[in-house]
Design a protein around this ligand. Structure first.
Ligand SMILES: C[S@@+](CC[C@H](N)C(=O)[O-])C[C@H]1O[C@@H](n2cnc3c(N)ncnc32)[C@H](O)[C@@H]1O
Length: 309
């Protein structure tokens, strides 16, 4: 699964681990919410002269690692002990939303919202800004948690649509908005980052696109989704929305079956940020020509042709 996710990200970013122009010799790199540490391990290998830290609240990282990498178990929402103006590059990926801890009781949501994932995004961005060296870079990758289709093959009454509505409702109820991708640019600029770049990639949910590269990405995503649907949603359904376990599992089985249907042409936009001054979705500028607005309005075939360019 790890390798699958790694491969999918690499393909999405056309073989790159990041987009920021960090140069050939970054010294200090931080990967926030590193998970299994797969990105941190790769960046440490790419830059053997750099000191790479991957932090996470869960101790799920390998212990036998290269000497230039350190995994630290910590809550990035607590006070940081790192020096300010220290990192050449801070990276974050897939931190939107939250994973409730096991045995969470419905009445314990308040303590949960203090301890998992990002409760205060503007504050999180300011903290990151304070810890990046002047001239350093921060890059974040987040996907929309809202699939769409350009040919109406994703039906409003489908189980997949119900799945994503329920996920978003659960996110709001627990104080962790899932679709934060559109707000990232504003938060970064408010924190003080300059020249924020927005790149949008299309992530097909299955191998439906004709374009061979997108088709390949869709293959990876299809396998990943079959495994991830439950882990994204079962706890949210049962512990936040109060669904019964059986109802949640049956619902997810229907979602997975829909995702395997060839006629479904669903995808999500995935945002990679470190510049346009466009405000993205719902941008206030009329006929904005900046990339985030163009991407927002683009159909999947336009996305494919831009992606190829
Ligand atoms: C969806 S995973 C993404 C992992 C990794 N960034 C990647 O892209 O492969 C989110 C990770 O963030 C971690 N996380 C969530 N809240 C955290 C917190 N407050 N402090 C540190 N890590 C946290 C979770 O434990 C989880 O490993």
């Amino acid at each position: 699964m790890q390798q699958l996710t790694k491969r999918r990200w690499l393909m999405l970013l056309k073989g790159e681990l990041y987009n920021a122009p960090i140069g050939d010799s970054p010294q200090n790199i931080l990967d926030l919410g590193t998970g299994t540490g797969i990105w941190a391990l790769d960046i440490a290998e790419k830059f053997p002269g750099a000191h790479v830290i991957g932090n996470d609240i869960s101790p799920i990282q390998p212990t036998w690692v290269a000497p230039n990498i350190e995994f630290i178990v910590e809550d990035f929402e607590s006070e940081w002990t790192y020096d300010t103006n220290h990192f050449d590059f801070i990276h974050a990926r897939c931190l939107a939303g939250y994973a409730p801890p096991p045995r969470l009781c419905f009445n314990e949501r308040t303590s949960l919202t203090r301890s998992r994932c990002v409760a205060d995004w503007p504050g999180f961005m300011r903290r990151i800004f304070d810890h990046v060296k002047p001239g350093g870079y921060f890059e974040i990758h987040e996907s929309a948690v809202w699939a769409r289709s350009d040919d109406d093959s994703l039906k409003p009454d489908s189980a997949l649509m119900e799945w994503q509505k329920a996920l978003n409702r659960a996110g709001e109820m627990s104080g962790r908005e899932l679709n934060i991708y559109r707000k990232l640019e504003g938060w970064m600029m408010d924190a003080g980052f300059e020249d924020v770049t927005v790149k949008v990639y299309t992530l097909p949910f299955s191998p439906w696109p004709r374009d061979p590269y997108l088709k390949a990405i869709g293959r990876y995503q299809a396998v990943q989704l079959q495994q991830a649907i439950d882990s994204y949603s079962l706890r949210l359904y049962t512990q936040v929305l109060g669904w019964g376990a059986d109802a949640a599992k049956i619902h997810n089985a229907v979602v997975k079956r829909e995702l395997r249907e060839k006629k479904l042409h669903a995808y999500v936009p995935t945002y990679s940020l470190p510049t346009p001054f466009c405000l993205g979705h719902g941008c206030v500028y009329t006929n904005c020509e900046q990339s985030c607005c163009l991407w927002e309005k683009a159909t999947s075939s336009e996305i494919v042709s831009r992606w190829r360019a």
